[in-house]
Design a protein around this ligand. Structure first.
Ligand code: SAH
Ligand code: SF4
Ligand code: F3S
Length: 439
């Protein structure tokens, strides 16, 4: 039997695509493998959201040159967002690569492999759009209990820094009935938790039905029998409707967690970024969410060092971070992406200034994360046990509904179970809990 080794970079969209790639290749008689020295096929599912992601891929893939010389039958395929962006530049930079396939070409991978095997000639297939959804392809999930469900692809927002609309195309929603049927089938297959995926889930349905239908979709998904937890990501602050907050507050199976990327706390930078909300309206939104949804957790993404960002702008971001008290924040240094509007902006910020701001932001957020975890002390919370952790002395790793990581004692037999735990210790990145009733 032939084997393949798949490396995935980037966001949940790519993780889901990788589960589809695995599903497709299984049907072709391939089996997954982790051992570089024996795999017949290497596949890289790449990301290009920041330059660091590009570098990581090119660095790793360059190292395959020698392996390919030793084993000429080895096939190397590169897909995902960087493949979509760079196209045959990938082949120019890495002549030992055999196949480059775009984000809209995932379904063609099995045929491309066969053709290249027969012709021994490298191929680059990049479509700019497709009427098919990768999400309709068969998936082999990594987890027995959790499934990703892409409800839409692409993005129409064109934030000035962002490459995603260029590499994922325009917003395209999958029909509601198909999604609900997919949820039912997943539950029949043992899935307990589904994460609905989209770059901007709040605009779900607009292209398909002429108006947004995310509230309806969420309500219907939440009522699928046997589904224990529903998560969704990402929400754009400008599009989050009041109905969604109400649904999250009232539907027990929907996790009380919102990922709401702030990006900047300065109104002038938000304007340059094309985000279409203000710091004040963002903070008001958080207040509304917190007043309605009990024990809600709010996470965010923030970029520092966007062109023209002054010390004052940065201090405005720090202020919002301190006021918002995010449970977690993913912080990034601005990275100019070719083809985006911001790549042409003047007044770039120097590396030293960016680093200094990044460190100060991290310090402020770490304090928030710690405070947020400390508020959990003594509480009894429901957690889902996801697996064993390698590093912690309390070996089980579990997630609260609000997506916080909890370590606790117990054996493998508990993996996949939902249990109540008392939170005994809080750290910046995780909590330590104890099973209720267990001693
Ligand atoms: N669709 C999602 C996230 C897309 S990318 C959203 O709108 O929130 C994930 C995060 O990467 C973004 O939220 C942003 O904070 C960061 N990001 C995107 N482009 C970037 C760039 N050019 N430089 C630095 N960070 C970037
Ligand atoms: Fe990128 Fe903005 Fe779309 Fe998110 S909403 S994917 S940041 S363009
Ligand atoms: Fe995701 Fe990176 Fe593409 S963040 S959509 S894999 S550019």
């Amino acid at each position: 039997m032939k084997t393949f080794l798949l490396k995935t970079f980037g966001c949940q969209m790519n993780k889901d695509d990788s589960e589809r790639i695995t599903g497709l290749l299984r049907l072709e008689g391939y089996s997954p493998c982790e051992d570089e020295s024996v795999a017949d096929l290497f596949i890289y599912n790449t990301c290009c959201v920041r330059e660091s992601a590009d570098r990581r891929f090119y660095g790793q893939a360059a190292a395959l040159k020698q392996l390919k010389e030793e084993r000429p039958a080895l096939l190397i395929a590169v897909g995902g967002c960087l493949a979509q962006m760079d196209g045959d530049i990938v082949l120019k930079k890495l002549p030992h690569v055999d196949i480059v396939f775009g984000t809209h070409n995932v379904g063609e991978l099995p045929n491309l492999i066969k053709e290249v095997e027969n012709e021994r000639q490298s191929r680059c297939e990049i479509k700019t759009s497709s009427s098919d959804f990768t999400g309709d392809l068969p998936a082999e999930r990594k987890s027995r209990w959790h499934a990703w469900l892409p409800i839409m692809v692409g993005c129409d927002n064109f934030c000035t820094y962002c490459i995603v609309p260029a590499v994922r195309g325009r917003e395209k929603s999958r029909p509601k009935e198909i999604l609900i049927n997919a949820c039912r089938a997943l539950v029949d297959d043992g899935v307990e938790e589904i994460t609905l995926l989209g770059q901007n889930v709040n605009s779900y349905g607009r292209d398909l039905y002429g108006e947004t239908k995310f509230a309806e979709l969420l309500t219907e998904v939440a009522s699928v029998k046997g589904l224990k937890r529903v998560r969704f990501t990402t929400s754009h602050p400008k599009d989050l409707e009041e109905k969604i907050i109400d649904i999250v507050a009232s539907e027990k199976s929907i996790c009380s967690h919102f990922h709401l990327p702030l990006q900047s706390g300065s109104d002038s930078i938000l304007k340059l970024m094309g985000r279409r909300y203000s710091a004040a309206s963002y903070l008001r939104l958080l207040e509304r969410i917190r007043s309605k949804v009990d024990d809600v957790s709010i996470t965010t993404d923030i970029i520092v060092g966007f062109p023209n960002e002054t010390e004052e702008d940065f201090l405005a971001t720090l202020d919002v971070v301190k006021t918002a008290k995010f449970d977690q924040a993913f912080t990034f240094k601005y990275s100019a992406r070719p083809g985006t509007a911001a790549a042409h902006f003047e007044n770039k910020i120097s590396d030293e200034v960016v680093k200094d701001r990044f460190d100060r932001l991290l310090e402020a957020q770490n304090l928030n994360s710690y405070e947020s975890n400390k508020r959990m002390l003594g509480k009894i919370v429901r957690v889902f046990i996801e697996g064993m952790s390698k590093k912690n002395v309390h070996p089980l790793a579990a997630r609260t509904d609000s997506n916080k990581l909890v370590h606790l004692d117990g054996g493998r037999d508990l993996i996949g179970k939902t249990v109540d735990v008392r939170i005994n210790e809080a750290f910046t990145w995780f909590l330590i809990g104890e099973r209720k009733g267990a001693k």
